[in-house]
Design a binder for this molecule. Structure first.
Ligand code: SF4
Ligand code: SF4
Length: 316
């Protein structure tokens, strides 16, 4: 199976997980009962009034320990997830799991098929060539996606605050409380606007999870990165497939520590396609050891996207 197939599978699986977590009671907060539910259990401090009434050293110690374990520690773990992901995997989560990234890639793909470029606003030098075949089909898919996906997202994400059973019964009776209506409409509008107008700018400049991975990944000497093999730079045919595959507008051949790179591997796949399976010039590596041996020269034409000769990577 190809890298792209693996990536699509992880993206769809994670999207489904996010949508189904409240339904399966894996994680949700019920605003009606004010209970946090984790794996079907109500998450509580495990303290009853008798514990609070016990002012002995043992009783106080028990309250403090329970509070640390059940209230503070989980937050520390949650807050540490994205910095740790950044340190070890760079922005791998963004490229392989993030549901918003998945939707933005779908929006890019449909826009490319419909108007010949990824962005609604302007054509970019790295936009892939688009075929004009089956345009009607793509129009239908785009319309369906615009109608269904935000609505589904709205219903699913509202389930994190209102019991999914309650939402479902309100949908069936078409009689909504203000909270459910506001949740579904609010999330749907957010998804619609970000998928149509904002897309990867949100990943680059707004998303807190992305920014944490970006920052820690950039600073980390061991984080996962996609690198071009500088010793084989002469084999590059300058097809620009790697640049066109990059929806984050990175120039992969520059071998720079680019904070926008989400380690998606699209450039890896593109180069294998051009040079033959197993012959591609890019690979995943931890840190930048190999690229320290990169060639001295920078092909200035690379930055201009218009070179006719193979490009050499930059020393980083
Ligand atoms: S440089 Fe390669 S791995 Fe990084 S975002 Fe672009 S296509 Fe994905
Ligand atoms: S690095 Fe690979 S994909 Fe990129 S231009 Fe060269 S041959 Fe093409």
């Amino acid at each position: 199976m190809s890298l792209t197939a693996y990536r699509r599978m992880t993206q769809v699986a994670f999207l489904l997980l996010i949508f189904l977590m409240p339904v399966l009671n894996i994680f949700r907060y019920d605003t009606a009962t004010r209970e946090l539910i984790i794996f079907g259990q109500v998450w509580s401090l495990g303290l009853n009034n008798a514990f609070y009434a016990d002012h002995s050293l043992r009783g106080t110690g028990h309250v403090v320990l329970q509070f640390f374990l059940k209230a503070i520690l989980p937050w520390i773990v949650v807050l540490a997830i994205f910095p740790l992901l950044g340190v070890f995997t760079g922005r791998f989560f963004c490229g392989w799991f993030c549901p918003e990234g998945t939707l933005f890639e779908l929006a890019d793909h449909l826009t490319l098929k419909l108007i010949g470029r990824r962005s609604l606003f302007a054509k970019r030098p790295n936009d892939p060539d688009a075929s004009h075949k089956r345009k009607l089909l793509y129009v239908l898919v785009a319309l369906l996606s615009l109608l269904v996906l935000p609505l589904l997202g709205g219903i699913a994400l509202t389930g994190y605050l209102v019991a999914p059973r309650t939402i479902w019964s309100q949908i069936m009776s078409w009689n909504f409380t203000f909270g459910v209506k506001a949740g579904i409409i609010g999330v749907s509008l957010y998804m619609l606007i970000t998928s149509i107008l904002v897309r990867h700018s949100l990943c680059k400049y707004i998303c807190a999870a992305g920014l944490m991975q970006m920052l820690f990944g950039w600073a980390s000497p061991i984080s996962l990165r996609v690198r071009m093999d500088p010793s084989r730079a002469e084999e590059c045919t300058n097809c620009r497939g790697c640049e066109k595959a990059c929806f984050m507008n990175v120039l992969p051949r520059m071998n720079k520590r680019d904070i926008s790179c989400v380690n998606c591997g699209a450039c890896v796949v593109a180069c294998h396609r051009e040079l033959g399976k197993g012959r591609g010039l890019f690979r995943y590596q931890a840190g930048e050891k190999a690229s320290l041996a990169a060639s001295e020269r920078v092909n200035s034409e690379s930055a201009g996207h218009s070179c006719s000769k193979p490009v050499r990577p930059v020393r980083t």
